[in-house]
Design a protein around this ligand. Structure first.
Ligand code: FE
Ligand code: FE
Ligand code: FE
Length: 167
């Protein structure tokens, strides 16, 4: 078997997150339609647009390393998104739906954050500073999204799920 190096890991992991982002961009409109609060709907719609931008950025990273942009099945994102679908089905019409959707979406963001954190470091080590910068840009966007979701959970969704007396 041929020797494998950080180059292989970088390309394979880039394909993994490229696959994941293309699944996420299709899942977010469904989550936006499902969300009850206008704020959460807007957050999902905003992140759908950001995800389109991220896919474009990833294509630029493939260009920088001189490799074809292609996906590699990511079982993790399939599972995380399947859990989101479960929430949509099982909590439809309940006060706990938005809190569940936020939690599901944060699982996605955290998967992305770990991927981009790794990819950014590997890009730097491989001498692709321009790619590292693009990956860091995406990483910042995922982190901000995660923080915004926490804020929405704290502001209202968790309390609503808990069945607190109406404010
Ligand atoms: Fe993303
Ligand atoms: Fe994966
Ligand atoms: Fe994201």
């Amino acid at each position: 078997m041929a020797e494998k190096t950080l180059d292989n890991l970088f390309y394979d992991t880039l394909k993994d997150i490229y696959y994941a982002e293309r699944k996420i961009v299709k899942a977010l409109p469904k989550m936006a339609r499902g969300a009850q609060s206008p704020e959460l709907k807007a957050a999902f719609e905003k992140h759908r647009d950001e995800t389109e931008w991220q896919i474009d950025q990833l294509q630029q990273v493939f260009d920088i390393i001189g490799k074809r942009a292609m996906g590699k099945t990511c079982d993790a994102i399939e599972g995380i998104l399947a859990e989101g679908d479960e929430i949509l089905e099982e909590y439809e019409g309940t006060d706990a739906l938005d809190a569940g959707l936020i939690a599901a979406a944060q699982a996605v963001e955290h998967y992305e954050i770990t991927r981009y954190g790794t990819l950014k470091r590997w890009a730097t080590l491989l001498g692709h500073d321009d790619a590292a910068q693009l990956l860091d840009g995406i990483l910042q966007q995922e982190s901000k999204t995660d923080e915004d979701l926490t804020a929405l959970a704290d502001a209202r969704a968790n309390e609503k799920a808990q069945g607190a007396k109406a404010a």
